[in-house]
Design a protein around this ligand. Structure first.
Ligand SMILES: *[C@@H]1O[C@H](CO)[C@@H](O)[C@H](O)[C@H]1NC(C)=O
Ligand SMILES: *[C@@H]1O[C@H](CO)[C@@H](O)[C@H](O)[C@H]1NC(C)=O
Ligand SMILES: *[C@@H]1O[C@H](CO)[C@@H](O)[C@H](O)[C@H]1NC(C)=O
Length: 315
């Protein structure tokens, strides 16, 4: 066992870039030399002792620019607990980043507010945003799929949407001039709802679509809310056969949506960006393979470009 790990590490150090699947979970990877591009799947220190985190934003501007992962020092490491006022009294949430920064509401997957969504939110905050994660499950977090199914089916969407609407109100009242909503899986569906009801400046749904008991209708999203949607073509939960016709009908209804499809990526692919997320993606599956890093990175780059365009460059 130890020998096998050593062999893997040796293979990595000697450079076997095509053998991406060999990067097992939790395996440390060293940079071959200072200044190397960080692999998002690496968990070790690299590049002159800095932590590998998310891609930096690119210096060029505009919707056509893309950026690539680099090393940077992670400065934010902590989310603060807050309660903000909502129709149900108070909604618990986690928050990070300066209050005057443009803000991003980050919506949980069906698991609840777990370590993976917290890590994702911190990486978004690292790009220069204030982030807020409303806790729709009020402290409950699923560890197993069956628990997640239970919590998700218990979710009262009326209250959930109210939590989102008041999250945006809270952020604006406490200093944020512009607010976006981003969400994943169940939170992706909630991002569509937020775009419809919460008066956000932009929405970024990842692989989630509201069902017809949610009370949301993506066709009714106001035309002045730009939407950037991200879906993988290997998503069995929210397949292309559902999102593509929906995006088309939305466009025909005057909604400003751009659908980004990622060839071969599975459901929940954005989780591949963080160690916690990768643990979640792998589950107990011994045959787990990391999703295509180039494409996962591209989705992150598009996200940061879109946020900058709509909640930072404008004012
Ligand atoms: C869902 O939440 C709304 C708003 O808080 C509440 O009025 C309604 O009774 C709830 N529905 C159920 C089934 O609990
Ligand atoms: C809502 O869902 C139900 C049950 O899945 C389905 O029968 C109905 O046609 C759906 N309604 C709309 C408007 O899509
Ligand atoms: C990952 O996606 C990129 C862009 O589509 C593609 O060029 C590359 O071959 C893919 N890599 C693997 C290992 O499939």
């Amino acid at each position: 066992m130890a020998l096998a790990v050593l062999a893997l590490v040796a293979a990595l150090l000697l450079g076997a870039p095509e053998n991406a699947a060999a990067l097992g979970r939790g395996l440390r990877q060293e940079c071959k030399k200072n200044g190397d591009r960080c692999s998002l799947y690496a968990e070790g220190d690299c590049c002159s002792g800095m932590m590998c985190t998310m891609p930096l934003e690119c210096s060029s501007r505009g919707s056509r620019s893309e950026c690539f992962p680099e090393c940077r020092k992670q400065t934010l490491s902590k989310l603060n607990k807050v309660d903000y006022p909502s129709s149900s009294g108070k909604t618990p949430a986690l928050e990070a980043g300066q209050r005057s920064r443009p803000a991003v509401v980050v919506m949980q997957e069906w698991w609840g507010v777990n370590e993976a969504i917290k890590a994702t939110a911190l990486h978004i905050a690292e790009q220069g945003y204030r982030v807020l994660i409303p806790d729709l499950y009020r402290g409950r977090v699923a560890l197993q799929v069956m628990e997640a199914i239970g919590l998700a089916s218990d979710l009262n969407w009326t209250r959930g949407i109210d939590d989102v609407v008041h999250a945006v109100t809270y952020l604006r009242k406490t200093g944020a001039k512009r607010v976006a909503i981003i969400g994943f899986c169940q939170g992706g569906a909630m991002a569509f709802c937020g775009a419809q009801f919460a008066g956000v400046n932009a929405a970024l749904p990842f692989y989630g679509i509201p069902n017809n008991i949610s009370g949301c209708n993506p066709l009714r999203i106001p035309a002045n809310v730009p939407i950037q949607a991200h879906f993988g073509t290997n998503d069995n939960s929210f397949p292309v056969s559902r999102i593509q016709p929906l995006a088309l009908s939305m466009q025909q209804a005057g909604v400003n949506i751009k659908l980004n499809l990622y060839e071969g990526l599975p459901h929940a692919f954005f989780n591949a960006l963080t160690p916690e997320g990768r643990r979640l993606l792998a589950g107990n599956n011994p045959n787990y393979k990391q999703p295509n890093e180039t494409l996962v990175t591209q989705s992150f780059s598009r996200m940061t470009n879109f946020l900058r365009l709509h909640i930072r460059d404008n004012k």
